[in-house]
Write a protein that binds this ligand. Structure first.
Ligand SMILES: [Zn+2]
Ligand SMILES: [Zn+2]
Length: 463
């Protein structure tokens, strides 16, 4: 049985890994080698993901020989790798380069060395599996293969992904785009193919979620997972496009309403899973695990926190959308804000350590009622309907759609994440920058580092 294996490396990890690998050369274009250590995620019987968790690049003193025709690492280096990673349950990805700038093929020497290595790994605790990659001298294009433990190359197709959101190429610009997208032809066929194949998980189907789904489905996304436990109420009608009083009278779940909204754009061809439940439910999480992109647009901290945790665990791109209307009780002044946040894929900073949401408020939202009663007495009011207007939700959702459009078209680089705040009254658009944190409970690699003994380090051994 042949399977598809998607090797996912967060873009900033790939950037660091690639730069370190290139700097391990002493003169020119000699071959270099590095190792990625990956967690496995099973998607189905035929589909698996390898999620890069850490990497090691040997510096030149780790090589026994290093040239254009091949390379060999010192025994001490291999022992050091084993000491760090054997028994961690992670698979090993072996990356090396060949001279030249074209897509390289594996050599006969590669075949022999990798066959032995895959057999050797299969005898270690945790039986790590070997995936191997050979790249051109600049690490732009590569060939990939997966090894079976008995030392045979598997028929599995390995797909490499080191982007925030994986898209198709932009070749064949303009040709055979469906007529309904005639005015979007300029963005190329690859753009449309990417949108058509993208599965978007929308958590929160209220005012922002509805505008986002309406606009992104008009742009070309037809595959959705919708998650929201609530039903339509009369007070929602000021801001939900195409929602009716009849839907409210018939007590429609919000996911059903958005399903209808998407079908207006896609009478044929829509693929929608609606889960009228919270993101805590297993069904919701299983469906979201199959998505390529997660959107959180809910009205509470707790569900946004769960969404961020899910995105980190599954290494999925996350887009967080929110608006806020604050009215001052002293002078009656009013601030209206929208915030569009994309934390970097794979961690560095996240919604919690970036203070976009509050883990404390999230805990309060989930606390038993006697605790929330006492907190309410102290001034914090969870669950009270926040003010909301259509235009501010719509601006926020539009910018969110631009993030998807921009990244697929190469207009926007999300390698290090973004955090945009629009303050309408001040006519200001702020770009909030975040430092990476080493001690975030949620997103730091420090836990792994402690466990495996070294993460993101260029190991340099002297003998
Ligand atoms: Zn080779
Ligand atoms: Zn964090």
């Amino acid at each position: 049985m042949s399977r598809q294996i998607i090797l996912t490396v967060p873009p900033r990890m790939w950037r660091q890994f690639r730069e370190t690998l290139l700097s391990a050369r002493q003169n020119g274009t000699e071959e270099v080698i590095g190792f990625l250590f990956c967690r496995q995620q099973h998607l189905s019987r035929r589909k698996r993901r390898l999620l890069a968790n850490s990497w090691v690049v040997p510096m030149s003193d780790c090589y026994a020989s290093q040239g254009i025709g091949g390379l060999a690492l010192r025994q001490e280096f291999h022992l050091e790798l084993l000491r760090r990673y054997a028994g961690t349950g992670m698979d090993i990805v072996h990356v090396h380069t060949h001279p030249g700038r074209f897509t390289p093929s594996f050599s006969g020497i590669d075949d022999v060395a990798e066959r032995q290595y895959s057999r050797f790994l299969a005898r270690l605790p945790g039986r790590p599996r070997l995936t191997s990659c050979v790249f051109d001298e600049n690490l732009h294009v590569g060939s990939f293969r997966h090894w079976r433990p008995e030392g045979v190359v598997a028929k599995d197709r390995v797909v490499f992904s080191a982007q925030w959101l994986e898209g198709h190429s932009r070749r064949n610009r303009g040709s055979s785009v469906p007529e309904r997208f005639d005015r979007q032809r300029v963005f190329g066929r690859g753009f449309h193919e990417s949108l058509q194949s993208l599965r978007v998980g929308l958590v929160g189907c209220g005012g922002i979620g509805a505008c986002f789904a309406e606009q992104l489905s008009r742009l070309g996304v037809r595959r959705w997972v919708l998650v929201d436990p609530d039903r339509l109420e009369t007070s929602n009608l000021n801001r939900l496009p195409a929602a009716t009083e009849q839907m409210v009278r018939e007590n429609w779940p919000k996911v059903r309403y958005i399903d209808r909204l998407i079908h207006l754009s896609w009478p044929k061809g829509a693929e929608i899973r609606s889960v009228c439940d919270s993101i805590q439910s297993k069904m919701a999480q299983d469906d979201l695990a199959r998505c390529d992109l997660l959107i959180t647009a809910t009205d509470n901290h707790y569900s946004r926190m769960l969404c961020q945790e899910l995105a980190l665990r599954l290494m999925k791109p996350l887009l967080c959308l929110g608006t806020q209307i604050e009215v001052s009780e002293t002078d009656n002044s009013c601030r209206i804000l929208s915030r569009i946040t994309v934390p970097p894929l794979g961690g560095g900073w996240c919604l919690m350590c970036g203070d976009i949401i509050s883990a404390n408020l999230a805990a309060l939202e989930m606390a038993p009622s006697q605790i929330t009663d006492s907190v309410r007495a102290a001034g914090y009011v969870p669950g009270v309907a926040a003010p909301a207007v259509y235009w501010a939700n719509s601006c926020c959702a539009s910018l969110g759609v631009y993030v998807v459009h921009g990244t697929l078209c190469g207009l926007l680089d999300l390698t290090d994440g973004i955090d945009w705040v629009m303050e309408y009254g001040q006519k200001r658009w702020l770009q909030v920058s975040h430092e990476d944190t080493d001690d975030c409970f949620y997103c730091s690699a420090a836990k792994d580092r402690a466990k495996v003994g070294g993460n993101r380090l260029s190991v340099s051994l002297t003998t």
